[in-house]
Ligand binder design. Structure first.
Ligand code: T5A
Length: 228
């Protein structure tokens, strides 16, 4: 018997949008509906990919061009897809991933101006057909996101967090354009409202997902219950 198809749910948005917080809640909500999803993140998600994350995000002496940054994001993604995401999907498991290729489209493409043809070519080679089934784009004004990110930040800003507001405005614009082009997959969530109101919007999207034994008609139940 072939395994039931796995599901890849990704969370996207600018810094401080609430992705990590909401990703934990999504996993908890799925768990209450008998789906044990694996929570992971990019760049990173496996021991080796986390090492690439450190290289790409740390603020060192040497310059990283926008193209080199893009290559490193895809190097980390290749490791992550091969070692964690694809095997899990093939086993019929669910993955909740804090950022994926839309982040490269938005940050390196929209923010840094990297040629989208390079990004799509790398995506095709690296992902080998692995695509998110559902993406939650947590959208909020840039100053609000940056303020939230700063308020919870322990150490110094990393190489990308240290970017200008204009950079993050371009990233946000690129994300919204992606959502406009792929409305079936990318669901825009208003992340400027209190967490419980964000959770209700996310729950409405999750309820429409095709759960095992169901054909997408969805299931009900509150999403709350896990503290941020
Ligand atoms: N990157 C990544 C690329 O450039 N290209 C790529 O291809 C990829 C994959 C690392 C960096 O890498 C870049 C983008 C990033 O710069 P990351 O680890 O996801 O990515 O780092 P950040 O986005 O910086 O993660 P943050 O932690 O800043 O943002 P989150 O996860 O969106 O926010 P979260 O959940 O930590 O929440 C931040 C604070 O806000 C509060 C939370 O409690 C927390 O204190 N909060 C709310 N407060 C009020 N109301 C709400 N609705 C709230 N939601 C959360």
């Amino acid at each position: 018997m072939s395994p039931s198809p796995g599901m890849l749910i990704t969370l996207e948005g600018i810094e401080g949008a609430g992705k990590s917080t909401v990703a934990r809640r999504v996993c908890a909500w799925l768990g209450r509906h008998a789906i044990q999803a694996t929570l992971t993140r990019e760049p990173g998600g496996t021991a080796l990919a986390e090492r690439v994350r450190q290289i790409v995000l740390e603020r060192g002496q040497e310059r990283l061009s926008a193209v080199t940054e893009t290559l490193l994001m895809f190097a980390a993604r290749g490791i992550h897809v091969e070692n964690l995401i694809r095997p899990a999907l093939e086993r019929g498991e669910w993955i909740v991933c804090d950022r994926f290729t839309d982040a490269t489209r938005a940050y390196q493409g929209g923010g840094r101006g990297v040629d989208p043809r390079l990004i799509e070519s790398l995506a095709a080679h690296v992902q080998g057909g692995v695509q998110p089934h559902c993406t939650l784009l947590l959208d909020l004004p840039v100053p609000m996101g940056l303020e939230r990110a700063r308020s919870r930040q322990a150490g110094a800003a990393d190489r990308i967090e240290a970017e200008t507001q204009a950079f993050f405005e371009r990233v946000r614009g690129a994300y919204l354009e992606l959502a406009r082009r792929e409305p079936q997959r990318i669901h825009v969530i208003d992340a400027s409202v209190p967490l419980e109101a964000v959770a209700r919007q996310v729950e409405a999207v999750l309820e429409r997902l095709p759960f095992p034994g169901r054909s997408g008609s969805g299931i009900g139940g509150p999403m709350g219950g896990e503290t941020a």
